[in-house]
Design a protein around this ligand. Structure first.
Ligand code: SF4
Ligand code: MG
Length: 333
């Protein structure tokens, strides 16, 4: 068996402020090299926090993290200083919904990509510029030679998105994190960018974790889907398994809502009720208040995690007796 590209075990993330927010509650996630995984969930479910934790981008003073994260065998929790800046961009890099978070308005696209290459590799400015040009070609930006000299504001939204992808991939990371990168684009451009990411994934062989609230996007881009709710994964499987045979009531609700709802941004909110407040650590099934199948015990203990098949898991009592147990139901601590 090939070693995993990514191993997250028991990740917990809490934010301290006036109130404590339990953003991630014991998350386990693995990714094989070259796999594309979508984390699907509504806003506030912890998708973006998971990505930021992987790059150690969370505000250090307010954040408490525990558990283990390894990428390519690197212990992410232990990274600091030079090792951390080597890791960012070279081992793992990230693209965002808003390219302004990644692109600097005062430098040309060419300079920014070349600068990133020089930071990670011993190459001359000339070689780094050649790489920048090559990257703009690979992301299929028209007239790449002249685009090298463009500032971000001189490009359209779709072009900026491509330039951001070129920057993120310039140092050939093993893992690309994508936080709703196509959400702000119109439908046609969105599909073009998703297809481009798929092609680049094959070309570079990198793993991708894509986070979105849009099931259509998840189906388009990924091999596997992990459904996230209240800071943990409630179900995981291949795209076909999740779409054709959803097992968790939350996943079923999402798909049901998606069928009846034309506006994808509405889909995740059309399940009656709302996600739980995250100011206490969950000690029972977080979905219980919204779940049509809830029993008394769902309000008393965390549900068991069951494994209906390879690479498949469901955190729900309804799966009991149908599948082997990965983690038994846990009484509150
Ligand atoms: Fe519903 Fe209980 Fe399953 Fe939670 S564990 S999803 S409340 S049936
Ligand atoms: Mg988000």
């Amino acid at each position: 068996t090939t070693p995993n590209l990514l191993d997250i075990e028991g990740l917990e993330v809490r934010f301290h402020g006036e109130r404590t927010v339990h953003a991630i509650n014991g998350l386990d996630l693995t990714l094989k090299p070259g796999e594309v995984m979508t984390i699907l969930g509504e806003s506030g479910s912890g998708k973006s926090v998971t990505l930021k934790a992987l790059l150690k981008l969370l505000p250090e003073k307010r954040t408490a993290m525990s558990g283990a994260m390894r990428v390519d065998g690197i212990d992410v929790m232990a990274l600091t200083g030079r090792a951390l800046s080597d890791y960012r961009g070279k081992t793992v890099s990230m693209i965002f919904q808003e390219p302004a978070l990644a692109l600097d308005p005062v430098y040309t696209i060419g300079d920014q990509i070349a600068e990133a290459v020089i930071r990670h590799e011993r190459v001359s400015k000339r070689e780094a510029m050649d790489r920048a040009l090559d990257m703009l070609k690979r992301v299929r930006i028209p007239s790449p030679e002249s685009r090298l000299k463009n500032y971000p504001h001189e490009m359209s939204g779709g072009m900026r998105q491509r330039a951001m992808i070129a920057l993120a991939l310039a140092c050939k990371p093993d893992l690309l994190l994508a936080d709703e990168p196509t959400t702000a684009l119109d439908a046609t451009v969105q599909i073009q960018v998703l297809l481009l990411l798929r092609e680049l994934q094959k070309e570079f062989g990198m793993g991708i974790i894509f986070v979105t609230h849009d099931i259509g996007v998840a189906v388009e881009i990924s091999d596997r889907i992990a459904v996230m709710y209240a800071g943990n994964i409630v179900e995981e499987g291949s795209v076909a398994e999740i779409i054709k045979d959803p097992r968790h009531p939350y996943t079923k609700g999402l798909l049901e809502a998606n069928l009846h709802d034309a506006d994808p941004s509405e889909t995740l909110t059309s399940i009656p009720g709302s996600p739980p407040p995250l100011d206490v650590k969950p000690d029972h099934c977080s979905f219980a208040p919204r779940c049509a199948y809830a029993e008394a015990r769902c309000f008393k203990a965390l549900p068991p995690v069951l494994k209906p098949g390879p690479g498949r898991r469901v955190a729900c009592i309804l799966e009991e007796g149908r599948a082997p147990v990965m983690t038994p139901a846990r009484e509150p601590e």
